[in-house]
Design a protein around this ligand. Structure first.
Ligand SMILES: Nc1ncnc2c1ncn2[C@@H]1O[C@H](COP(=O)(O)OP(=O)(O)OP(=O)(O)O)[C@@H](O)[C@H]1O
Ligand SMILES: [Mg+2]
Length: 410
């Protein structure tokens, strides 16, 4: 090795980055409309929840921008130059609660949001929390995970988003006061409350069970946005009772009626209903925005199968293409039938994958290289398990090797 190779290349001095202008800073905050447009590409329906989520998140980023006002960290004309009375008005956080039936898209909304925003997001499950943190996923481990999601950088981590799913599982059960420790109840709600306060938590530097001598670092949660999600089964009855209606009198026989009435009832939710459900008022008091998701009807399920960027049917088409260059087609009636069956299972869009998996299993197993250029057509009878998959005539599609060679040479 020559000595020239060993000589370190002189690096230019890193230039200090100039502070951002107000126009840059606020211009980089996504507008609620742009967020909804992004969410529309991934999540079918749920327009009311999308709007609330988008407004809350956009406001969160504006609040963070405003927080940089101290110490002259932002330059240029200030939008508050002509409203000096507003300069010292603190903007409070708009933490959010997503309520909706299972499989209606709560987690998906947050995941899609995380993709749109360049901020670290962690998704935690309230059912794994314990008060003491000796077992399972400690509440504070969420902060460690947020730090990891931010590549270990405290700045971005402390402005990230924490989504805690299954919050309804922490409901306070009346009459369980005899239990010395209730890891799925009130105690964990209090632990979450503490984390949501503007406080500095000393978090362990490693994930896992808490060790008394473990090294800890301070993590300030003032600027973290908290989103909670839960299905809250039975909440409609509580709302219905409060509204003085009898849910049984709505004629739940027809499937569409059921979805409509349930969705409608959830939209009337008030913090007192959630308190009656078993959530502590202190926690509810810190969740000023409540967004409700509707039960997905058959039409929504049809769109979920075909429309989103990663729609299930596109995924299976791709799988078949990748393995044997064959194509897969569901007739409109077949799609409708899958959606109908999933609706009957009552698990929202969750039921779709299992049904499609079952329907295409035969094709996926049997397809071979001899099927290149073939389209497997699945109709409603195949979905119901009453017919066999049809095959269209083979189109002339060059073998994979030729395609790859073309791509390399081109
Ligand atoms: N509105 C929707 N649009 C597109 N896909 C959806 C929608 N709702 C659910 N899905 C799909 O269904 C599956 C389950 O959705 P998700 O995990 O978001 O449900 P959830 O509301 O969080 O349910 P749970 O209460 O059980 O946690 C995911 O694969 C998701 O892609
Ligand atoms: Mg979920």
């Amino acid at each position: 090795m020559s000595s020239a190779q060993n000589t370190p290349v002189p690096q230019p001095e890193p230039r200090p980055t100039p502070p951002p202008t107000w126009a840059d800073l606020l211009g980089s905050v996504p507008s609620p409309k742009s967020l909804v447009a992004h969410l529309d590409r991934h999540v079918v329906g749920q327009q009311a929840a999308k709007r609330k989520l988008a407004v809350a998140v956009s406001s969160h980023f504006r609040r963070l921008a405003d927080g940089q006002r101290c110490g002259g960290r932002v330059i240029g004309p200030d939008p508050l130059d002509d409203a000096p009375d507003l300069i010292h008005v603190p903007i409070e956080r708009s933490n959010l609660l997503l309520i909706g039936p299972t499989g209606s898209g709560k987690t998906l909304l947050v995941q899609a949001l995380a993709k749109a925003l360049n901020v670290p997001v962690v998704i935690g499950d309230a059912t794994t929390f314990t008060e003491a943190g000796y077992v399972g996923d400690d509440v504070e481990n969420l902060l460690v995970r947020l730090l990891l999601a931010a590549g270990g950088e405290f700045g971005p981590a402390q402005r990230g988003i924490i989504f805690i799913d299954e919050i309804d599982k922490l409901r306070k059960y009346h009459g369980h006061s005899g239990m010395s420790k209730d890891p799925t109840g009130q105690g964990v709600q209090h632990a979450l409350l503490k984390m949501m306060e503007s406080w500095v938590s000393f978090i362990p530097t490693k994930l896992g069970p808490r060790h008394p001598e473990a090294e800890t670092v301070p993590f300030d949660t003032t600027d973290v946005l908290f989103i909670y999600g839960g299905a809250f089964p039975g909440l409609e009855d509580i709302i219905s009772r409060r509204l003085g209606r009898d849910a049984g009198g709505f004629g739940f026989g027809a499937a569409t009626d059921h979805a409509e009435v349930e969705g409608d009832l959830l939209r009337h939710v008030l913090p007192c209903d959630l308190e009656a459900f078993g959530m502590i008022p202190e926690l509810l008091g810190r969740l000023p925005v409540i967004a409700t998701l509707d039960d997905l009807g058959v039409d929504h399920l049809v769109r979920i199968l075909t429309d989103p960027a990663n729609a299930l049917l596109k995924q299976y088409r791709k799988l078949l293409r990748l393995s044997h260059g064959a194509d897969l087609e569901f007739t409109p009636k077949a799609v409708q039938e899958v959606a109908r069956m999933a609706y009957e299972r009552g698990t929202g869009a969750r039921g779709l994958r299992a049904i499609v998996e079952q329907v295409v299993e035969g094709v996926m197993f049997e397809a071979s290289e001899a099927d290149r250029g073939q389209t497997f057509v699945i109709d409603e009878r195949v979905v119901r398990g009453e017919g066999t998959t049809l095959r269209t005539p083979i189109r002339a599609v060059p073998p994979l090797r030729t395609l790859l060679r073309k791509r390399v040479s081109g």
